[in-house]
Design a protein around this ligand. Structure first.
Ligand SMILES: Cc1cc2nc3c(=O)[nH]c(=O)nc-3n(C[C@H](O)[C@H](O)[C@H](O)COP(=O)(O)O)c2cc1C
Length: 180
């Protein structure tokens, strides 16, 4: 069956979802969910995500040159959803969602304390890609909750990170299977 081309990305699921936190030059924090996200480089460590150019996340990153990638666990589902609502630029979604804003070590953008892991990123590049902008950030600091990353291995069954299916549907890791 042929698929309508504007729907193609709906088949590339589930996608890892992250909460990107930023701050404006006036000092108002912001957090928004993003699922168009991928690791872009291992050494140096870089992460990329695609955003609608009109999102406050983009204007904040242009203003400060940095952002934090927070990995939400299942406990943050409803708060993540609240952060996806359209609030005016002067309103902090982090506060609206009753999440805890935490000072980052190396950048201006805050991190979200409840997240499973947080990566502080400095803006490396922005590229136009159709109706989105691809933002590439260099990871300059990272934290993960104790017990989730042991001996170089991450345990997604224990961490229970959220992935996005579409609309308000999300999924969780169910089991690990091994290839040959
Ligand atoms: C689960 C989920 C994933 C999303 N992923 C993206 C994405 O990858 N790119 C994007 O531009 N918007 C995405 N959005 C929409 C933005 O998060 C939403 O429009 C948000 O209000 C933007 O906030 P901001 O204007 O404060 O940056 C997503 C929304 C949800 C709920």
């Amino acid at each position: 069956m042929k698929i309508e081309l504007s729907y193609w990305y709906k088949l590339l699921v589930p996608r890892a979802v992250v909460l990107i936190s930023t701050v404006s030059k006036q000092g108002v924090s912001n957090a928004a969910p993003f699922s168009f996200v991928m690791p872009a480089s291992v050494e140096p460590p870089m992460i990329a995500f695609a955003s609608d150019p009109d999102h406050h996340t983009i204007s904040n990153i242009r203003e400060t040159g940095d952002f934090t990638v927070n990995i939400p666990g299942v406990d943050m589902l409803n708060q993540l959803w609240t952060c996806g609502e359209d609030f005016p630029k002067g309103v902090s979604e982090i506060r609206k969602a009753h999440l805890t804003e935490q000072k980052s070590k190396k950048i201006k953008s805050p991190k979200v304390a409840e997240a499973l892991a947080q990566f502080e990123c400095k803006l490396e590049a922005m590229y136009e890609a159709g109706d989105h902008i691809i933002v590439v950030g260099r990871v300059v600091d990272g934290e993960v909750k104790r017990g989730l990353f042991v001996k170089g291995k991450y345990n997604p069954l224990k961490a229970r990170p959220l992935s996005h299916v579409g609309g308000n549907e999300f999924t969780l890791p169910e089991k690990i299977i091994n290839a040959i």
